[in-house]
Design a protein around this ligand. Structure first.
Ligand SMILES: Cc1cc2nc3c(=O)[nH]c(=O)nc-3n(C[C@H](O)[C@H](O)[C@H](O)COP(=O)(O)O)c2cc1C
Length: 163
């Protein structure tokens, strides 16, 4: 199958998660295109889509939100998996309601969003970002769970194979 893996990332941690998903799907024998959401002009030729974004102030990034809005009609007719990368669930950070992340639940009914813990490295951020993150109680560190990311990609490959 021909799969689009697209994700928005500001500081690279979500980018690496998307790359790991793409690699795993390729290893399962699929043809995978890895593109930024704003670079996708059409979904013609794709059989499935994996779309993700880093979460900033409870929201997906603009480019990922716009991707979902732009292609909502096509996405509702094809298999779609979504993932968010953020610090929700990491100790000290308040749990958040996944339905507030991105416009997926309103634009592509039935899509499940998987949440992965991300990376917070203050050295990569602007002063303003650091202040917001500090107020939100974001914990410093790299909490990405590569086994969980790989297992999720494998489950997607398994579901596609069963179709
Ligand atoms: C200013 C700022 C705001 C953030 N807001 C949230 C948030 O609302 N929810 C969340 O789960 N994580 C939040 N995070 C954590 C980021 O989502 C996390 O660091 C993520 O790995 C960043 O992805 P990126 O490296 O791909 O940009 C925030 C981080 C920063 C710096």
């Amino acid at each position: 199958m021909h799969i689009l893996v697209t994700a928005s990332s500001k500081h690279g941690s979500t980018e690496a998660v998307a790359n790991a998903i793409a690699l795993r799907l390729r290893e399962a024998g699929h043809a995978v295109d890895r593109r930024a959401p704003e670079d996708v002009a059409t979904l013609d030729g794709f059989d499935a889509v994996v779309c993700g974004s880093a979460v900033y102030i409870l929201q997906w990034m603009k480019e990922a939100r716009e991707f979902i809005e732009r292609f909502s009609a096509e996405l509702s007719q094809m298999p779609v998996w979504a993932f968010s990368v953020g610090m929700s669930g990491v100790p000290k950070h308040a749990p958040q309601d996944p339905s507030r992340i991105g416009p997926l639940s309103t634009h592509v009914p039935g899509t499940q969003t998987r949440f992965f813990a991300g990376r917070y490295d203050p050295a990569l951020l602007t002063l303003r970002e650091r202040s917001v993150a500090r107020l939100a109680g974001v914990v410093e560190g790299d909490f990405r769970d590569w086994d969980a990311v790989g297992a999720w990609a494998d489950s997607i490959a398994g579901e596609l194979a069963a179709r």
